[in-house]
Design a protein around this ligand. Sequence first.
Ligand SMILES: [Zn+2]
Length: 459
Amino acid sequence: MIIEKNLVEIIQNIDSPLSKTFLKLEKLNLNSIVQLSNKDWHFQVVNGKKKETVKMFKFINTYFPNKFEKDEVISFCEKIITNSKPKQVTTKIEPRPFKYEPLNVRDTFISLVTETYPHGFEDEVLAYLPQDLEIDDFGNYYKVIGNSETVFTSHLDTALREKSGINLYSFFVKEQEFIKTDETTILGADDKAGVTIMLYMIANNVPGLYYFFLGEERGGIGSKKVANDFIDNPLLKGKKRMVSFDRKNYYSIITSQLGEACCSNEFADGLCNELNKNGLHMKPDDTGVLTDSAQFIWDIPECTNISVGYYDEHKTCERQDIDYLYKLCKAVVRIDWESLKITRDNTKATSSYSNYYSSRNDEDVFEAFAGYDNTYSEFFDLNYTYIKENGVRKKMYISDTWIEKEKSLLAKELENWGTNFVSVVWDGRDCYIRTEEAYEFVGNRSYFIPYISQSKFPF
Ligand SMILES: [Zn+2]
């Protein structure tokens, strides 16, 4: 038996009785070579021309049956895996003195992520944006280029609640450059990647209404105000497409947010085709959670969200694929957005709203039917909220499905806050978290409204 040199070095660095025994295998004089496998938790055993991938666990139990405790074997295997991963080489980035150069994607992105901008601090980003942006009644910034039926959106706030500086590092994976932090803060590529793209498009004079929203990470505060005011807002008149640049990864054109269709498959396919012609690998994706464009699905036919190449958003290991971002910038300026086909009927979107709320308003009637009427059995009679519709305040029952969706939003928000929990308990009124040791009350519905109210109906 020959243990491959790399593997020997790794095992020599593991301090356990198993490592010494393992290395003695050499003395068995079997005619095979033990190597690390590309597959985690596996060895590759080469015997003559025959190669076999064997589970580490199985391998150890075959050669040392009943000699070591299970925990010891697991910890030994874990150490082999961690020690065999190449150490990532990172280089500290020293941001250059700022100059507005939106066509330089890398430097633009870096200038936007040298600090965190919690909701309330968005105005500080202005220093890095075009100087001719306009401000709406709600504090969001926008710019109009040409005559267009398309709205592009990104958000200026970062998820972290603390205002802080960011130390930036660069590293490479398969010749692709990524940017990350020193892992004491998030990066905020969510959504400065989106902002970078919009600055690139503006510099290229791509027609559109460019909206830079406030407070997306606090439940879409800025965009919700704009959506509530939709009919009275001349800027939004006749808009047929809304494209948010605020999705992780590199392959999604979001067709659904929170289980609601936000754009048609035809639109998503058309957009994929256009982007993929320009070197991307996009596909329609119906697993969207929520971004600013979700607020407009009742008003604008095609609303979507596009992958901008960040990973692990809201976490300190957040990173941005900077090469992808550059590719995306080049692609989005080559597309004729105005010719993308519109098919979704936004006026029908309100029908799915009944999946979430029972509009049965008369409490007596509701109570009389509760538990008897199958149609409404999904609406538990204690789960209600108030909704203002056409100026009338109504008591609405909230469905179990909707409560489940709210629960996932709450979990996401609590994670943002850095709360440690095993699970979230949410009945539509009170929120508790289960931790390893305890069961704690966190807040009630009115406390969490900013994070869970998704529709344009003011509660
Ligand atoms: Zn975002």
